[in-house]
Structures are given as structure tokens and as C-alpha cells.
Ligand binder design. Structure first.
Ligand code: NAD
Length: 347
């Protein structure tokens, strides 16, 4: 269990330090950590946000635990040198095509949700988003029409192999949970979505135990706030997943609570909190480390085959919250280290 720790910028090192303490407390045999700079920190140290040595470590490791990148000092740099390019580079270089975002409301935090507590309390789902294709990666450009008007275009496309591999991740995720998969598309108007739906239906034959349904994306956005309890696993493309996963996560509470995984086809993954480097609170001990600690739990479950240890961490987080642990984003006064201490004590 060789883990690459990439703390990055802003609150990244603060939250990674707490996740590392929790992982070390599990005392799992064979777990080793190797740390490397990434983002603005790497640019300042060596002139590039994703140095070759960091990329090599990420490729060598069994899993990557990532903090956050983004540094206001680097805002004036050329785009390819900005800290945020590091995460895009890692996704591309490691072929991390499947983004898993669980959205679950801890009952103690029902008041933190944008939804009414009785609706929010039903949320317990995983959104599986395709990460390497769709309209974000198609041909794009600006042109001038025959009438001399400016026109922007981005081509949306998916091939059947891309759909099949993300559909399988969706089905496998559902198999490990409530065995319900909802595929979200816009097949009533988009050819890309029609292929998506056809391939998902074909792939379903490999997973007869999973109950498959389909939903148009506009309806899915509405259902997520109307009746989020109906969803177990959602699988969708890059564009729809980008929007729906942010919507679902904020229905489930603070940004400081939500983990994510980005996986390749061998279950190797990069695990990170969904938040960024939060320069407004960096260095003040105000960062909530729970999203990163929960990302470490996902890493144990998905890439390292340690689901029992993952359960222990998630239970410890729930107990810490039940015991009153609250950082400022959750309406409390505990600092980052004290939040880590509360999880360790519960563990
Ligand atoms: P952000 O997520 O960093 O912060 C948004 C707000 O949430 C801020 O008010 C911040 O204080 C708060 N917040 C975030 N995480 C928190 C935590 N753990 N505990 C308590 N409060 C928390 O988003 P932003 O301000 O839009 O972006 C800041 C920088 O992060 C930018 O450079 C952006 O590009 C980068 N970013 C990086 C990633 C990534 O590394 N994957 C993701 C998003 C943004």
C-alpha cells in the first residue's frame, strides 16, 4: 500500500496532515507514504505545477491522496503553468476516467443542507461521472458566420467503448451498494445520449442483479431536490455529471465534508476533497479536514481493498460529529487539528 501524498496549496497541506494521522492510526501493515509537491507549491519550488518527479511518484504509487491546488500568487502565470493544470495533468496522464462522488448527509448536519432537513436526510447516493470525454474534449473553436456574426462551437461526442467502461463502473458501484442504477442522459434530443442509453442497456446484461432506470437530465436536476432519496447510484456523462454532482453535494451539506475519487480502469485512483485550496482561510486552522479524511476512506475501499478500515474511518467521522465536533464551516469553533483529534479519539 504505497500512497502518494500530494498536499498542494492553501489548506491542502493542513487537511492532508489530518488524513495522514488517521491513516497512520489504523496501523495497517505495509502502508507507506511518499510526499511530493504539486500545484503552486511545486511551481515555486521547481518552476512547474506538475514536476516530472511528482508525476512519476503518482504513476508508481498504488493510490494518490491529493489536497488541493490553487494559489492567488500564481494567477498571472500563463495557463499551462497555473496550479490547477496539475490536477488536469494527473487526470489525463493517469487516464482517470471515472469520477465517484458520494453525497450523503450525516444526520447531525441536517441543518447545513440547502434542503429542508426531512428531505436532506434521505440523501445517500454516489454520482459516477465520466471524466475524459464529452463536449469538454471535442473539437471546439470560434468562427464567423456568413452574416459576419461570431459563433462559438464545442462538439459533443462519446464512442461506445467510452460509454461501456463508465457504465460498468456505475453498475459495479451499484452492486456494492443498493443495486439501483439510474443513467442520466438527454436521449430525447441528443444523438450522443441515444448511443449512451443504448450502450448502458447493452452493458446491463452483464449485471442482471442491478435495477436499471433512465432519466433525462432536466428531470434528474428536479428529482435531486424533490426526492433525492430515490437515488442509489447515478451514472452520467462529463457535462451533466459536472453540474449534477455539484448540485447533489451542496444538498448534502458543507463543501468541507465531501470526498471524491477519480479512478482508472484498474481501480487505481486519485482521492481528493471536492473543495479547493481556500486561500481565504489558509494558515488559520479553520479548514474542515473531514472531506479529506473521508477521501482517505474511499481510497482504502476502492484502491487498496481495505473496506473494513474504510468503514472504521467513516464510523469514526460520524461519531465525532455526533459527539459535537464542529469546525467553523459547520457552525462550530474547533480548529483543523482538533477536528482530526476528534476523529482519532472516535477511531
Ligand atoms: P474553494 O473550495 O477553495 O473555497 C470555496 C469556499 O469554501 C471558501 O470560502 C472556503 O473558505 C470554503 N472552504 C473550502 N474548503 C473548506 C474546508 N475544508 N473547510 C472550511 N471551509 C472550506 O473554492 P474557490 O475559492 O473557488 O477556489 C480557491 C482555489 O482553489 C482556486 O485557485 C481554485 O482554482 C482552486 N480549486 C482547486 C480544486 C482542486 O484542487 N481540485 C478544486 C476547486 C477549486
Amino acid at each position: 500500500m504505497h500512497i502518494a501524498l500530494l498536499p498542494g496549496d492553501g489548506i491542502g497541506p493542513e487537511v492532508i496532515a489530518e488524513a495522514r494521522r488517521v491513516l497512520e492510526a489504523l496501523a495497517l501493515p505495509g502502508m507507506v507514504f511518499e510526499e511530493a509537491p504539486v500545484g503552486g507549491a511545486a511551481y515555486k519550488a521547481s518552476g512547474h505545477p506538475l514536476p516530472q518527479a511528482t508525476l512519476d511518484l503518482a504513476k508508481r504509487a498504488d493510490a494518490i491522496l491529493f489536497g488541493a491546488v490553487g494559489d492567488p500568487d500564481c494567477d498571472a502565470l500563463e495557463r499551462h503553468l497555473r496550479p490547477e493544470q496539475a490536477i488536469l495533468g494527473l487526470r489525463k496522464e493517469l487516464a482517470l476516467f471515472a469520477n465517484l462522488r458520494p453525497a450523503k448527509l450525516f444526520p447531525e448536519l441536517a441543518d447545513a443542507s440547502a434542503l429542508r432537513p426531512e428531505v436532506a436526510s434521505q440523501i445517500d447516493m454516489v454520482i459516477v461521472r465520466e471524466l475524459n470525454g464529452d463536449v469538454y474534449f471535442g473539437e471546439k473553436g470560434m468562427r464567423t458566420t456568413a452574416e459576419g456574426k461570431r459563433e462559438g462551437y464545442d462538439i459533443m461526442s462519446y464512442n461506445e467503448d467510452e460509454v461501456c467502461r463508465i457504465a460498468r463502473v456505475g453498475f459495479e458501484t451499484a452492486m456494492a451498494r443498493g443495486r439501483k442504477l439510474c443513467s442520466v442522459d438527454k436521449a430525447n434530443v441528443l444523438e450522443t445520449s441515444q448511443l449512451w442509453r443504448d450502450v448502458v442497456i447493452e452493458t446491463a446484461k452483464e449485471f442482471p442483479e442491478v435495477e436499471l432506470s433512465h432519466m433525462y437530465v432536466d428531470n434528474a436536476a428536479m428529482q435531486l431536490v424533490r426526492n433525492p432519496g430515490q437515488f442509489d447510484v447515478i451514472v452520467t456523462g462529463n457535462l451533466f455529471g459536472d453540474i449534477l454532482s455539484d448540485q447533489a453535494s451542496m444538498c448534502a451539506g458543507s463543501i468541507g465534508m465531501l470526498p471524491s475519487a477519480s479512478l482508472d480502469s484498474n481501480q487505481k485512483g486519485l482521492y481528493e476533497p471536492i473543495h479547493g485550496s481556500a486561500p481565504d482561510i489558509a494558515g488559520q486552522g479553520k479548514a474542515n479536514p473531514l472531506a479529506t479524511i473521508l477521501s482517505a476512506a474511499m481510497m482504502l475501499r476502492y484502491s487498496l481493498g481495505q473496506s473494513e478500515a474504510a468503514d472504521r474511518i467513516e464510523t469514526a467521522v460520524a461519531r465525532a460529529l455526533a459527539g459535537g465536533a464542529r469546525s467553523p464551516d459547520l457552525g462550530g469553533t474547533m480548529n483543523t487539528r482538533e477536528m482530526g483529534d476528534a476523529v482519532l479519539a472516535a477511531l
